[in-house]
Design a protein around this ligand. Structure first.
Ligand SMILES: Cc1ncc(C[n+]2csc(CCOP(=O)(O)OP(=O)(O)O)c2C)c(N)n1
Ligand code: SF4
Ligand SMILES: [Mg+2]
Length: 246
């Protein structure tokens, strides 16, 4: 299926989407929809979305969606999967939800190798609440709460897949894609769904755009994504670190 086509599992009866013009969320959701179509998983999918702009995805698809509390999307997906192991559970969240308020859940699911697929949209800010600093805000980046640029004393920006590589089991799937390359992102999400079908934990971070809170033009939005974010957060698959078990 072409990346230009509309996913079959897209809900054509829902109202027009509410993402801002230039937002990357819709592109990540499209990559997910195409991956679900290609694997023929529409009837088995259950989708849990976080608070944050990810909640605007609640009526995007034809498969069931559950709206969770902020940061609690992963445990909800784990619960759904444990109750109905034949379901394919997708947890969809922002960087604030996954790397800040919900970080312990992400780590716990990775450590246990819960067979779910987590997709995290990294747009470097808490977008829905007005663009405050997130764990992923780049050094020097201006946000609502770092008007002079993020300073070193706030810590180093969090690299999710690389950090999880230290704790996951070898069969887990970890990757970082970008909305600048939808075919690659779709392949990563496909692999993440396949890994869940094999009984393993899978996590894909997607570098994404938020022109509203970045206050950028179309050209500057793309330049920030491609020239700043992608240099700090390198797209690609990330191997689990070898560990000595005694
Ligand atoms: C328990 C709780 N704490 C805080 C909030 C307020 N809140 C709503 S969305 C959000 C940030 C969302 O940022 P992120 O997860 O990065 O998603 P984005 O909007 O950037 O896609 C916060 C702090 C909340 N709704 N619930
Ligand atoms: S605020 Fe940012 S992340 Fe939220 S819908 Fe608008 S562009 Fe997208
Ligand atoms: Mg965010």
């Amino acid at each position: 299926m072409s990346e230009l086509s509309m996913p079959h599992c897209w809900n054509r009866e829902s109202k027009p989407h509410r993402f801002c013009p230039g937002c990357g969320h819709g592109l990540v959701l499209k990559a997910l929809g195409l991956a679900v179509d290609e694997l023929g998983l529409e009837e088995r999918l259950v989708f849990a979305c976080d608070i944050g702009c990810s909640l605007l995805a609640w009526d995007f698809f034809t498969f069931p969606c559950m709206q969770t509390h902020h940061g609690r999307t992963i445990p909800v997906a784990v619960g759904l999967k444990r109750a109905s192991p034949d379901l394919v559970a997708v947890a969809y969240m922002g960087d604030g939800g996954g790397y800040s308020i919900g970080l312990q859940h992400l780590f716990s699911a990775a450590l246990r190798s819960d067979p779910i697929t987590a997709i995290l949209v990294n747009n470097t800010v808490y977008a829905m609440t007005g663009g405050q600093m997130a764990p992923t805000t780049l050094p020097g980046q201006k946000t609502e709460t770092t008007p002079f640029g993020r300073e070193d004393e706030t810590g180093r920006p969090f690299k999710g897949p690389e950090t999880l590589a230290a704790v996951v089991q070898p069969q887990a799937y970890l990757a970082r894609g970008t909305v600048a390359r939808i075919p690659q992102l779709k392949k990563m999400i496909k692999r993440a769904l396949e890994q869940q079908l094999q009984g393993h934990f899978a996590f894909v971070e997607a570098l994404s755009t938020c022109p509203t809170n970045w206050r950028t033009s179309a050209a500057d939005t793309w330049a920030f994504l491609e020239q700043k974010m992608s240099r700090y957060y390198r797209p690609g698959e990330i191997a689990a670190a070898a560990r000595e078990e005694s």
